[in-house]
Design a protein around this ligand. Structure first.
Ligand SMILES: Nc1ncnc2c1ncn2[C@@H]1O[C@H](COP(=O)(O)OP(=O)(O)OP(=O)(O)O)[C@@H](O)[C@H]1O
Length: 324
């Protein structure tokens, strides 16, 4: 039996709000109408922004792949973001052709105003093994979040090459901006309102997503009664419910105490251990989190300057004088 809130989340035509996890807005080329088509998961970017080669599905963009063959036009959210209509059945799943879920080469992006732009990503090279928990560290402003946004389709790079598993799901730092429904089950089901699914399918997706983040017992709890870490795990479950292959997790533990911090980390570790087709990229400043990682990269000035095991990463950062 589904809760009233969960039923509400299944209402036809329901769309996820912009910026919410797993419903990341598209990196939409202004020369297209938002009905993004896919020309392959391998994305080669011309030096010119918005080249015609930039057509791929990511995050909820994966769903828009179906929309090109489905009925109806994309709905538009308040922020001007195109989202697929509620007639979709499933997000498009694409894998890279190697054992890596992410391959990035010479990625470049300038940001700023139209007149004054400064380079933020300055030739990023990165490879992330499929099924791993890969941590991304580096000083403030080095480009970690920007890289994550490019991988999630929130920003369009100027040039470079991206080959990444799709669809992706994004979870941000502050769970209060992402957990919006009154009950846990309804919140996890929220993004699924965009697809044509039976109540049983939604219920199964919600339950299995909550199980992966160790929150199954909280299914009918009121979200306002949860701790910060529990809310963060609900946000991750909401992303998981849409079956992403790449989880992009941006400083999820910043506002959490130690117990909640390790609860969230344990949940993400559990996801990548149980689901070998799901890869997590975890941006953090907290060195103690490295013990959960399978691998780590260190960024400086818009580039990845080191990638290795967690121990190698610690040794590298110690050499830089970090208190690791
Ligand atoms: N939309 C934007 N316009 C202009 N500059 C931007 C924009 N977004 C980010 N930047 C700049 O790009 C640089 C990289 O920002 P980013 O948020 O990616 O860094 P970060 O490594 O995640 O930092 P932190 O660890 O502090 O979160 C910063 O100097 C930031 O001010």
């Amino acid at each position: 039996m589904l809760s009233g809130g969960l039923r509400g989340a299944l209402a036809p035509g329901r769309v996820a709000s912009g910026g919410r996890r797993a419903a990341a807005p598209h990196a939409q080329c202004p020369h297209t109408d938002g009905a993004t088509s896919v020309s392959g998961s391998h994305l080669a970017l011309d030096p010119l922004p918005c080249s015609t080669s930039y057509h791929r599905s990511r995050s909820s963009c994966g769903a828009s792949t179906s929309s090109s063959s489905g009925s109806g036009s994309a709905s538009s959210l308040a922020g001007g973001i195109a989202v697929p209509p509620a007639t979709l059945t499933k997000s498009a799943v694409r894998r890279t052709s190697s054992h890596n879920s992410v391959i990035v080469h010479d990625l470049r992006l300038k940001l700023g105003s139209r007149d004054v732009k400064r380079p933020v990503l300055q030739g990023v090279d990165l490879q992330v093994r499929r099924g791993s928990l890969h941590m991304l560290l580096g000083p403030n402003g080095c480009g970690k979040s920007t890289l994550l946004k490019v991988l999630g389709g929130l920003l369009v790079p100027d040039s470079g090459l991206i080959d990444a598993d799709q669809p992706s799901g994004f979870v941000f730092q502050n769970p209060d901006h992402q957990v919006v429904m009154p009950t846990v089950a309804a919140d996890v089901a929220f993004g699924l309102g965009r697809y044509v699914l039976t109540e049983e399918e939604v219920s199964a997706a919600v339950r299995s997503s909550l199980r992966l983040v160790n929150m199954e017992d909280f299914m009918y709890r009121a979200t306002h009664t949860l701790s910060g870490g529990q809310r963060q795990r609900v946000a991750i479950a909401g992303a998981l419910a849409e079956d992403p292959k790449l989880l992009l997790l941006d400083e999820l533990t910043t506002f959490l105490d130690r117990e909640d911090q390790f609860g969230v980390l344990g949940a993400v570790k559990n996801i990548t251990s149980e689901r070998q087709d799901v890869t997590a990229i975890w941006v953090t400043h907290r060195f103690e989190e490295l013990q959960f990682a399978d691998a780590a990269s260190y960024m400086e000035n818009g580039r990845v300057v080191f990638t290795g095991t967690p121990d190698e990463a610690k040794a590298y950062m110690r050499k830089l004088g970090a208190p690791v």
